[in-house]
Design a protein around this ligand. Structure first.
Ligand code: BMA
Length: 324
């Protein structure tokens, strides 16, 4: 591969795509954008499955090595429930799962596709078989949300991406706090989309949930570049202060991963890499990502390499330095 691909910090698994509809136990249009966690020594992916109506649900897939021999639930694990949750009328999408040791539960932040637009909903589970919905926590339009695994003082923190009604306004990443996971406040904009020809101009959003490192919270985000032939979804990283996640310490200027392989470049939506989960195994980050809204792929990177890389990135906050 050429120089540009070698520059990427993440390495694609040779078996990619590791999951697609041909592996699925029931008919579906596409499987993509899965959450990823480790449960009792297995990698568990909570996979977004789109049916032939265009409506999405979640199905759990488990594998010991996180690459092969997936044990996939024979039926949808969590379906939209529009009768009790009208905000799920057009499906549930893009789950991000965080372990909350404090509560001995997993919390799933997902997009509920309501008539008024996509919004952020939460559900909790102990076993990925039964779920308790906490309901919508952010009004539309808002998506790309994940909860931090730790309390800050006595408050939980959530990253999310509200979108203003005016299309001329950028879509930026916000941070909010809550005592009970249901009522959220102290909303603050912390990472802003850049402008002009930047790869992450006008629209960004959180990808996988925040990852705790010795240097701070590692935040993986996607930037959307609009081109005459469609949008390109690429990835960058931000480092947040470990005790005060409102403080941005570093941010990559260049994207660290973007669509290159055929399964990322061609699919239901071309040129998309969209991770909703990453799992640490030994010193390695396993990043699971939706490719071209059609299948699931895996890319790996050494955590120490990512951390040393982000520490070489510009030391600035989300101020508008890039405009000048
Ligand atoms: C985003 C989300 C993702 C999707 C991506 C590319 O807005 O809706 O679910 O993968 O667009 O289509």
């Amino acid at each position: 591969m050429g120089k540009q691909t070698e520059r990427e910090l993440f390495h694609r698994h040779p078996d990619n795509p590791i999951l697609s509809v041909k592996d699925w136990p029931y008919n579906a249009n596409s499987v993509f954008n899965s959450a990823a966690v480790e449960v009792e020594g297995n990698i568990l992916l909570l996979v977004r499955v789109e049916d032939f109506r265009g409506i999405s649900h979640f199905t759990a897939a488990r594998s010991r090595d996180g690459v092969t021999k997936w044990d996939i639930d024979p039926e949808p694990t969590l379906r939209p429930d529009p009768a009790n949750h009208p905000e799920e009328l057009w499906g549930i999408e893009d789950p991000r799962v965080t372990r909350l040791e404090e509560l001995q539960k997993w919390v799933i932040a997902y997009t509920a596709y309501s008539k008024a637009g996509p919004l952020v909903s939460l559900a909790t589970t102990k076993d990925f078989s039964t779920f308790e919905r906490l309901g919508p926590v952010m009004p539309p339009e808002d998506k790309d949300a994940a909860i931090f695994p730790k309390l800050f003082g006595d408050r939980w923190a959530m990253l999310h991406r509200p979108v203003a009604r005016s299309p001329s306004l950028p879509a930026n990443i916000w941070l909010s706090f809550s005592h009970d996971l249901i009522h959220w406040g102290n909303h603050q904009e912390i990472v802003c989309a850049r402008e002009g020809s930047w790869w992450d101009a006008n629209k960004i959003g959180l990808s996988a949930p925040p990852l705790e490192t010795s240097e701070g919270w590692l935040i993986l985000y996607h930037g959307v570049r609009t081109t005459p032939s469609g949008s390109i979804y690429r990835l960058g990283v931000v480092l947040l202060d470990i005790d005060d996640p409102t403080r941005v310490i570093r941010r990559t200027d260049e994207w660290i991963f973007g669509p290159k392989a055929t399964y990322e470049r061609e699919g239901d939506v071309d040129d998309v890499v969209f991770p909703c989960g990453w799992v640490m195994r030994c010193d390695t980050i396993n990043m699971y990502y939706g490719a071209a809204d059609s299948c699931i792929a895996l890319a790996t990177a050494r955590l120490d390499k990512i951390v040393s890389f982000i520490l070489t990135c510009p030391n600035h906050s989300s101020s508008d330095w890039w405009k000048s």
